[in-house]
Design a protein around this ligand. Structure first.
Ligand SMILES: Cc1cc2nc3c(=O)[nH]c(=O)nc-3n(C[C@H](O)[C@H](O)[C@H](O)COP(=O)(O)OP(=O)(O)OC[C@H]3O[C@@H](n4cnc5c(N)ncnc54)[C@H](O)[C@@H]3O)c2cc1C
Length: 400
């Protein structure tokens, strides 16, 4: 029994987890709890090792601590610690190693341009630079969305794609569910450096992962203390290795992602100090491990994101870069639903609703939400008209 047989068995388990999860739990809507905890699904939850932590499970396949780290750090793609994440998430290693990593030529934004072009061809009109500041409700439905510049848009159905806890807290009238959501577990956040560099460092590959020294302690510091670990891990992305258009010839664009804790009002968090320490860590390790000693002088511009940026610019609750966490109690039917419980014409799509975070998964979320709307639209139209009539009648009688 060698590490290689361990690897093959581990990937085989990841493949099983991937197929069962996608077919039975991720790729479908759950309309009630009995569909989720059905007699057919319960044994599958055990097969998926949903109540075993990923790090303890990986020990069955690998003995060496470095291998255990190499086959669990991918949980960070979902903003999770392998010490908390269900062992189900070995499906990530399977997808990465067996299905492969994909990169859209032109960068991630090329995907957005392609999608908006399709939507526009089908008659969708986009209104840009118009943040919604309020959703107005009457009875059991949302009647309009009001933007920062006081434009009011009425509609039969609303789909909220901004972070779900933010919609409950900041866009809807005060509600108890917003407080419940605030108490849930959130994913980690990130400090980002986007660097334009007037030199090319060929030793940097397209994807580079640097793991910090004390693996367990670094996750504790991110997920329990909500800070930057003493010895941070980080990821360096050099897209020009695959896509020449990502940088001028002989120059480079690098982005560095350093996982950190999300914002936490109970702790003092000095983001400026953390940004400086993160930057110095990156320089030191690139020098030590890749022989890059002059990067500092060749950075021509830098953009920095911190958890504050994620919160203030993108409205991510607590600045948690990947939305609500994905532990056992916050996935499937137990995750906030893709339709509001009270306002029946308000749907959600995106990372903090079902099924969860990551680009393929949020696109799936959009598909599931669409399926749900199509299934419910007729009933909704009848009920909404009745509810609206009743709400207006009640309003009239109170004002009289
Ligand atoms: C640093 C980083 C790296 C990542 N890398 C990967 C990766 O390699 N692969 C992968 O699959 N996933 C990756 N992810 C995860 C992925 O980006 C997210 O899961 C995904 O973008 C979430 O999609 P969403 O639609 O829920 O939210 P978003 O993509 O955030 O879209 C929500 C939109 O709503 C807008 N909005 C917010 N509030 C309002 C308002 N009031 N009015 C109007 N608009 C509003 C926001 O500006 C935003 O454009 C990464 C995430 C981060 C942070």
């Amino acid at each position: 029994k060698t590490a290689f047989t361990g690897f093959l068995n581990y990937i085989a388990e990841g493949s099983k987890h991937y197929k069962i999860s996608l077919e039975k739990f991720v790729g479908r809507n759950f309309y009630n709890i009995f569909e989720y905890f059905s007699p057919a699904n319960l044994p599958l939850l055990f097969q998926l090792k949903a109540l075993v932590t990923h790090y303890s499970n990986v020990g069955k396949y690998f003995k060496d601590e470095r291998l255990k780290a190499a086959f669990t750090f991918q949980n960070m793609y979902l903003g999770l610690s392998p010490y908390d994440a269900p062992a189900t998430y070995s499906l990530l290693q399977y997808t990465e190693l067996a299905e492969g990593v994909w990169f859209p030529m032109g960068g991630m934004y090329a995907g957005i341009e392609a999608l908006t072009a399709v939507a526009e061809r089908l008659g969708v009109r986009f209104v840009y630079n118009a943040p919604v500041k309020r959703l107005h409700v009457e009875g059991a439905r949302v009647v309009s969305a009001e933007t920062e510049n006081s434009q009011v848009y009425e509609a039969d159905i609303f789909v909220g794609n901004a972070d779900l806890p933010y919609i409950y807290k900041d866009l809807l009238p005060p509600n108890a569910e917003a407080d419940n959501l605030d108490k849930k577990l959130y994913t980690c956040s990130t400090i980002m450096f986007y660097w334009g560099v007037d030199k090319r460092y060929e030793q940097v590959a397209h994807h580079n992962i640097f793991l910090g020294g004390d693996y367990k302690a670094s996750f504790d510091q991110i997920f329990n203390v909500h800070t930057l670990p003493e010895q941070p891990s980080f990821y360096v992305h050099a897209p020009a290795r695959t896509d020449a258009a990502a940088a001028p010839e002989g120059q480079d664009t690098l982005y560095v992602l350093v996982p950190v804790g999300h914002m936490d009002q109970a702790n003092r968090q000095d983001w400026d100090a953390m940004v400086n320490r993160a930057r110095e860590t990156v320089f030191a390790r690139l020098e030590k491990e890749m022989g890059i000693h002059d990067l500092r002088e060749h950075i021509k511009f830098e953009i920095v994101h911190t958890p504050i940026t994620w919160k203030e610019k993108f409205n991510l609750a607590k600045g948690a870069a990947f939305g609500l966490s994905h532990n056992f109690w916050q996935v499937g039917f137990l995750r906030p639903q893709n339709r509001h419980a009270q306002y029946k014409n308000l749907y959600f799509a995106g990372a903090s609703t079902h099924p969860g975070t990551g680009l393929p998964i949020v696109l799936l979320s959009a598909k599931l939400t669409t399926q749900r709307i199509l299934k419910e639209a007729r009933a909704l139209a009848v009920k909404s008209a009745q509810a609206l009539k009743a709400a207006r009648a009640q309003k009239r009688s109170t004002s009289i």
